[in-house]
Design a protein around this ligand. Structure first.
Ligand SMILES: [Zn+2]
Ligand SMILES: [Zn+2]
Length: 474
């Protein structure tokens, strides 16, 4: 009853969307703090500093979203948290990580994170925006991290074929995985990587060390737990005596997936049993596996389930690999553009039904209560510091650079002349291109925190580049 009235309180005046939400302050909300914001500018007496230089006035007025890939969206996960988060937290026990994620998403690009003001180093055009939360679970904050990661991977691409496989845990493991995230996810990474490396070293298939990335996704289209790894694997490997070998059956997946699936299952179950008997598994009450006999019976059933190892058609070329990697690496459980409405405690969103045979009907709609939606979203918050992207074989972080140099030498290909990761870092340093003149770069000259305190203030850019907006002779 209490919960219901709290929910009603939160949403009573809300139409179906965001216009009247509280935390998205307009620029006028900076109000009294402006005196503090401009403090480091050139006036000696803080009490006299009540005007704004024209460039800053303009910079503070339009608040634009410029840091993400997201198209403009009408509804956001952030809105769901703002409307229903408080009531949700009042009746669910959340981990510190989950609370932090909710808080970050709710406040992302609102006054709570402060703002930054940028100026073009060529034409003097100014813009400002609220700062982003940069949380890796925030649907709005994946753009920058993704670009950085993809750029670094581009430099590692070899002129060889790459293949894509997925390894999925049976649905029966979903509940257990929610209670034992780190253990189950680690076991998935370990079992899958050992399986692939073993097959690679087997003379029957390749007789060499392959290189690959594993990307962990824990969700399916309807936010339900669907724990799987995406694997991007080089079709070929490095032998111990320093040769590059091509796969025996080019055009097919490197290894037979049915055999892979069996070996993977064996390794996973062995690890699961080890953890059980070492009392490392947290056992959910309703699973009924708290004694060894029940556990063994449950595991026997598990063995009979589908342990899907799926290989997808080989990538057409390095470019496609990069596009693919970019699409999958920095995803969150649901992107904002899939949310269609938020109304009366119900969330309507689209999902892709992979079982649908009619291609025109692939996208469907689903409604979940806000409570259920938040629960499912939070299932996919990873433990603190958990690495969801891992590198294996000759791409293993320790020896990656030496191995790539060696393989390039063997294959007689040139080392890429421009290091795109470095170039990307330089670009970040230089700033994004100016949307107005398209020649200059936007440089951040002012950053504040949520309390209006200045974290960075650099007006040198105005001194070296006279601007259209700022007449420093007055
Ligand atoms: Zn964010
Ligand atoms: Zn410009």
């Amino acid at each position: 009853m209490e919960v219901q009235s709290a929910i009603n309180d939160t949403c009573c005046d809300l139409p179906s969307h965001v216009e009247c939400d509280g935390p998205r302050f307009g620029p006028d909300m900076f109000g009294d703090r402006l005196a503090g914001i401009i403090a480091p500018f050139d006036q000696p007496d803080p009490t006299e500093r009540m005007f704004l230089p024209p460039f800053l006035e303009q910079a503070l007025s339009p608040l634009t979203d410029d840091l993400s890939d997201e198209q403009s969206v009408q509804f956001e996960v952030a809105d769901i948290f703002r409307f229903y988060g408080e009531a949700y937290r009042a009746c669910h026990n959340l981990t510190i990580e989950q609370l932090k994620v909710m808080d970050a998403i709710e406040k992302c690009r609102t006054a709570a994170y402060g703002f930054h003001a940028d100026v073009c180093d060529t034409c003097g055009h100014t813009e400002s925006a609220y700062c982003s939360c940069r949380n890796r679970h925030c649907p709005k904050c994946q753009g920058i991290a993704k670009h950085r990661w993809v750029n670094a991977r581009v430099d590692e691409l070899l002129p060889v074929d790459y293949q894509h496989a997925t390894i999925t845990l049976p649905g029966e493991l979903s509940v257990l995985s929610l209670h034992n995230q780190k253990l189950i996810y680690d076991l998935l990474f370990d079992s899958a990587s050992q399986t692939l490396l073993t097959f690679g070293h087997d003379e029957k298939w390749l007789g060499a060390q392959i290189g690959f990335y594993g990307l962990l996704h824990t969700w399916g289209q309807t936010l339900w737990a669907h724990v799987h790894l995406h694997l991007v694997v080089t079709a070929g490997g490095l032998t111990e005596d320093g040769k590059w070998v091509e796969p025996k059956y080019k055009g097919w997946f490197l290894f037979p997936v049915t055999a892979l699936s069996k070996v993977f299952r064996g390794k996973f179950i062995q690890g699961l049993k080890k953890a059980y008997y070492a009392d490392e598994l947290i056992l959910p009450d309703n699973m009924g596996i708290d004694n060894a006999t029940a556990f063994e019976m449950w595991v026997d059933q598990l063995v009979a389930r589908n342990w899907v190892v799926h290989s997808k058609p080989p990538f057409a070329g390095p470019e496609e690999v990069v596009r693919y990697i970019g699409r999958y690496t920095h995803r969150v459980a649901i992107s904002n553009h899939r949310i269609l409405s938020i109304e009366d405690g119900q969330i309507l969103f689209t999902y892709k039904d992979n079982k649908e045979k009619d291609k025109d009907k692939l996208w469907k709609e689903m409604t979940l209560s806000a409570d259920e939606f938040i629960t499912r979203f939070l299932w996919h918050v990873l433990p603190k510091g958990y690495h969801r992207i891992r590198h294996y074989g000759f791409l293993n972080n320790g020896q990656k650079h030496a191995n790539l140099a060696l393989i390039r030498e063997i294959l007689g290909c040139l080392v890429p002349s421009t290091d795109s990761a470095e170039a990307a870092a330089d670009n970040e340093e230089i700033g994004r291109a100016c949307p107005k003149c398209e020649n200059g770069h936007m440089r951040t000259f002012l950053v504040t925190d949520g309390f209006g305190q200045i974290l960075k203030c650099d007006i040198s850019v105005f001194q070296t580049h006279p601007t259209e907006n700022y007449d420093d002779t007055s």
